[in-house]
Write a protein that binds this ligand. Structure first.
Ligand code: EPZ
Length: 426
């Protein structure tokens, strides 16, 4: 139980290099089970979800070494097909390990990931797709067991462009006989990273980034060396930090085209954006303009993972903004915490829509992170607030940001990570 102590009023300015993406590395780590060689992954973020994924890989028999931000994984000795409940409980996205384990061993046992802070998080699209590929799925005392004598390629139409279901289906289809086509596939950039890594291992996949992905079955995969794509949500978070504090920031190691849904909205608030290959810069006007409407959508729409950060930024904008969260039923738990800091927000439509009336300044307070991006949003609010803000339950934020306090301090902020309750009084 740690916390961040944020002293507000400092402008976020300077240069920062962005690390590898949390939502890029997780499916790639789930996919290394499919190859029975050694994979070397560079630009791996040292975040809690990476370490949980390493624990899962070691549990099923892979050997993993981490040197700095490089992972060396030998999956030749992988021989177990059960993913323990304690690890699934730590990271619900471990459900994306199902497809790889099923593809390699033709059987997998995993506990139901259950809901999380964002809502119910059902996995029906995942299970339906694996069934269509030939898996027989049963559940026993809270565990899902999937078995398949043979996986056969087929056409799979996802009811919704689910990121995880797209990734799980890709993994399960790599060794399936014949061709699999995923229609209405998610188009998030991380899916293209997964495709590129799998093809480097010898898979035959194309179409990632479009709504139709085809996977031609192959008999086996070998290891590969690969560099994980940069984290577009971490990049967006640091751009928002500069925007809300009236600063200016230059980010290196970014893919500007992946950031466009975010930078276009920041431009609407009055920020200046400049891009060069691998670089994006933002200059804040100081006081931001409100947004008539911000609606989260599947890529290339505005990403739900940036919604809390934008909500925090709009609390002190000129005018009233409307932010609609369409992807998750319970992704506005940061709103009450922002209101403790003096934000003027009304939640409508059973909490999915926030009507944000800009106030002059937020005031420092003790607030509590309820989830990863909500916690990041509270840190941004603290950066812009008068006085000191303590953001508790820092473990949520540590799941997705590598030492965020270090990065923000490098950009001129005064943020300290208090690693245990005992320091909170400092
Ligand atoms: C991925 O989650 C990301 N996580 C999330 O990032 C991100 O918010 C989300 O995609 C949307 O972009 C990782 O990549 C590890 P979905 P995922 O399946 O795959 C419903 C972060 O903060 N759904 O696209 O779980 C679901 O409930 C995290 O970095 C079903 O109904 O998201 C949600 O309403 C949070 N049945 C919607 O679809 C299913 O079988 C989109 O979920 C699967 C999903």
């Amino acid at each position: 139980m740690g916390a961040y102590r944020v002293c507000g009023g400092k402008k976020i300015s300077g240069e920062l290099t962005i690390g590898g993406g949390k939502n890029a590395i997780l499916p790639i780590l789930a996919s290394v089970i499919l190859n029975s060689g050694v994979s070397v992954l560079h630009n791996c973020p040292r975040i809690a979800d990476t370490f949980t994924s390493i624990e899962i890989l070691e549990t099923i028999g892979c050997k993993v070494a981490m040197e700095g931000n490089t992972l060396i994984i030998d999956s030749s000795g992988a021989d177990k097909c059960e993913i323990p409940e304690k690890l699934v409980g730590k990271m619900r996205s471990s459900i994306i390990f199902m497809g790889g384990v099923l593809g390699r061993f033709r059987t997998v046992k995993i506990s139901y990931p259950g809901g999380c802070e964002l809502g119910l998080r059902p996995i029906n699209y995942h299970l339906k797709a694996l069934t269509q590929l030939g898996a027989e799925i049963t559940d026993e005392h809270g565990f899902i067991i999937a078995k398949a004598d043979k996986l056969r390629g087929t056409k799979i139409n996802l009811d919704f462009p689910s990121v995880g279901a797209t990734e799980n289906t890709m993994l399960a289809a790599v060794f399936a006989e014949g061709e699999t086509m995923i229609v209405n596939a998610a188009k998030e950039p991380e899916i293209a990273d997964l495709q590129n890594f799998l093809n480097a291992c010898g898979a035959k996949i194309k179409g990632a980034g479009t709504d139709a992905i085809t996977i031609r079955g192959v008999p086996r995969l070998h290891g590969a060396e690969y560099t994980i794509m940069p984290d577009r949500i971490a990049a967006g978070t640091f751009l928002a930090a500069a925007a809300v504090t009236g600063g200016s920031v230059t980010l290196r190691n970014v893919m500007a085209e992946h950031l466009y849904p975010i930078t276009s909205k920041l431009t609407e608030t009055g920020c200046g954006i400049q891009t060069r290959p691998g670089i994006v810069s933002l200059t804040s006007p100081g006081k931001l303009r409100a947004l008539d409407r911000l609606r989260t959508c599947p890529h290339p729409g505005f990403p739900t993972d940036m919604q809390p950060q934008m909500t925090a930024l709009l609390c002190t904008a000129n005018g009233t903004s409307i932010v609609e969260e369409t992807m998750f039923e319970s992704r506005n738990r940061h709103v009450n915490e922002l209101m403790r800091m003096g934000a003027d927000i009304i939640l409508a439509e059973s909490g999915r829509t926030a009507i944000i009336k800009g106030v002059k300044k937020l005031k420092g307070s003790t607030v509590s992170s309820k989830d990863l991006r909500g916690g990041a949003a509270l840190i941004l609010a603290g950066l812009a607030a008068e006085g000191t803000t303590t953001v508790t339950n820092s473990e949520h934020v540590e799941r997705g940001y590598e030492r965020i306090e270090h990065a923000l301090t490098q950009l001129g902020a005064d943020v300290v990570h208090l690693c245990s309750e005992s320091h909170l009084g400092e």
